[in-house]
Design a protein around this ligand. Structure first.
Ligand code: GLU
Length: 600
């Protein structure tokens, strides 16, 4: 039996039954969806019911967890038929682009982790969007040098980076897929032609965003036919998307990057509200990049994630590394339970702030600026930072550290903001391969510019709008051909070199907190569904965000007494996970969204 540090157990308690209940209650009513009636397949319906009861689902051979039952079904059919995790990802991602168009799709980008069971090795692929070669650090500034308003920058062509998702899907498939592309894209093509049922979540989001969706004709025609927003229960056909996927099945990525779809993307971006500068040359130059996985040892496991241009792997690794360093020594012996709980949250809040301070200063596209990844994850550095976090009070001020580096660095800070869209899927196949993909078009409905049945991203707004602060350059400023800093944190936790947990989430920069907290709970003995259902508390920049729910007021008051500013709010994660246990696979899906986990 592994010894569980006392503080870890206390944090874990936050995830236990009361927490699971709390999370369900916290989902905003308009976003709560009981899709069980829409799931024809009784086995998939059982997964939906398990999630509602706060239980994981179990399987012997393979498992997929994703944000929509139709995507899970498409992936499951592939896995049942002997497909690999890469095959199932292609099928599921193609369906997500249709049924959850607000979150991800062919016009977006993502990061993918793949554990290749044959080689016993973990790989990471960067399918992040890139800035056009004509973009400058002034991209999101007005004539007077002031940053544009966030949504002024988001909506239209200016924010659109070269999409990476088609290349990521095809690249992963070329490397690890077995089944023909046409077969994998078939279910999405069929659904796009025949129509899919608009979910409650999609319906609510279309209604809430109708004004922005109305700004570009192709987008308006699809989401607001005859000026009326599509709503839950409508059957929505997308012939443009079916044709795009058919072309992809026949010709791979060529049409997207050097062909007719590329031409249409460029025309749409240049003809949009606030025209962008994306050119056919930018699309032709695009490649996905293989990067080194970023791994940190935590409680006898290796937590591995995505390095720059994502800040996800480094920040999650720092938080967990600092927790592991600090947790066993605190809280003081004999502390009462409530005190222990708030001690645990205080520590998590403090280490998270320290990780976010480093993120704000150092993390950006490492092909453009030197990023001291090794120094930031060095065990000695993390121990020293953890000592700063060890107090039972909220830290008053938090500064970036001075990690070891091999290149001169002088950067100003960039906190950045990100509103929740994005999707995450986790897969383990019957061969023991594991895949973790976080996939995004950034904001809900991205740039709101639609081409050939899919939405284009607004990922460039993840760059700093300011190029300098007080005369000091920002590492994450816009530069031509650069990839914006991300928070996406697809994660694979290894135990003795083999996958133990596959996990990730949407949620903007809160992704880091959601993933770190869930992995921490799981590594301390929580069942996977409870680890992700448990109420969230996330601290990025000083204010502690406490998830709305029955205990929120109480926790918030306790944290305030420790010196934290707090806010009770909905924390709309979309965690999807597969755990590999001694008894087989355990899958879990976030009760805050519409997904399910399913395996056989
Ligand atoms: N654009 C964000 C990122 O790459 C993700 C957006 C979200 O999760 O809502 O970090």
């Amino acid at each position: 039996m592994r010894r569980i540090p006392r503080l870890s157990l206390i944090l874990l308690c936050l995830a236990m039954p009361a927490g699971a209940q709390q999370a369900t209650d916290a989902v905003p009513p308009e976003m709560t969806t009981d899709l069980s009636a829409d799931i024809a397949d009784p086995a998939l319906r059982a997964s939906q019911e398990a999630k509602r009861d706060g239980k994981s689902v179990f399987a012997a051979n393979w498992m997929i967890s994703a944000a929509h039952p139709e995507a899970v079904k498409a992936g499951a059919d592939v896995l049942r038929d002997g497909g690999t995790a890469a095959d199932a990802m292609v099928a599921a991602q193609a369906v997500l682009g249709l049924v959850e168009p607000q979150s991800s799709g062919l016009g977006g980008g993502g990061f993918l982790l793949y554990y290749d069971a044959d080689l016993g090795e973990l790989f990471t692929l960067d399918g992040r969007e890139t800035a056009p070669l004509d973009a400058t650090p002034l991209l999101f500034q007005d004539e007077t040098g002031q940053p544009l308003g966030f949504f002024d920058a988001v909506v239209g062509g200016l924010s659109v980076g070269v999409p990476g998702t088609p290349a990521l899907m095809v690249g992963a498939h070329d490397r690890w897929g077995e089944k023909p592309m046409a077969e994998l894209l078939g279910p999405a093509i069929g659904l796009a032609e025949g129509g899919f049922t608009v979910s409650a979540r999609l319906g609510a989001m279309v209604a809430a965003d109708a004004d922005r969706l109305a700004m570009h004709p192709e987008t308006a025609d699809y989401f607001l036919p005859d000026g009326v927003p599509v709503k839950q229960g409508d059957l929505l056909q997308n012939p443009g998307y079916a044709a795009t996927l058919t072309l992809m099945a026949e010709e791979g990525v060529v049409p997207f990057y050097d062909g007719e779809i590329a031409t249409d993307i460029v025309a749409a971006v240049q003809g949009a509200v606030r025209p962008g500068m994306l050119s056919e040359w930018d699309l032709r130059n695009y490649t996905i990049k293989e990067r080194d996985p970023v791994c940190v040892e935590v409680l006898a496991h290796e937590v591995c994630g995505m390095g720059p241009p994502s800040s996800g792997g480094v920040a999650v690794g720092q938080i967990l590394g600092m927790m592991a360093a600090a947790a066993p020594t605190s809280p003081p012996e004999g502390a009462a339970n409530a005190t222990g709980e708030v001690d645990a949250l205080t520590l998590m809040g403090n280490v998270s702030r320290l990780a976010f301070a480093d993120r704000g200063r150092y993390l950006a596209d490492s092909d453009f600026v030197p990023v001291p990844v090794k120094g930031l994850l060095d065990p000695g550095y993390l121990r020293a930072r953890a000592e700063l976090a060890g107090s039972v009070e909220a830290r008053r001020a938090v500064f970036p550290g001075n990690p070891a580096f091999d290149h001169a660095l002088l950067w100003a800070d960039h906190a950045g903001r990100a509103l929740p869209s994005t999707t995450h899927l986790s897969i383990v196949d019957s061969y023991g391969n594991a895949l973790s993909l976080t996939s995004s078009i950034e904001n809900a409905f991205g740039s709101r510019v639609m081409v050939r049945g899919f939405l284009l991203n607004n990922q460039l707004t993840d760059f700093s709008f300011r190029s300098h602060e007080g005369g000091v350059p920002v590492a994450n400023r816009v530069e031509p051909g650069k990839r914006p800093r991300s928070s996406m944190a697809p994660t694979i936790v290894l135990k003795d070199g083999k996958p133990a947990l596959v996990i990730g989430s949407p949620g903007g920069s809160r992704i880091i907190g959601y993933v770190a907290e869930s992995v921490w709970r799981y590594l301390n003995g929580a069942e996977i569904q409870q680890a992700i259902s448990g109420a969230h508390a996330v601290n990025r920049f000083g204010r502690y965000d406490v998830e709305a729910g029955p205990r929120a007021e109480e926790l918030s008051a306790l944290l305030q007494a420790r010196g934290f500013e707090t806010e009770i709010t909905d924390l709309n994660s979309g965690l999807h996970a597969v755990a590999v246990t001694e008894d087989g696979l355990a899958g879990a899906a976030d009760p805050r969204r519409e997904g399910i986990a399913y395996g056989e």
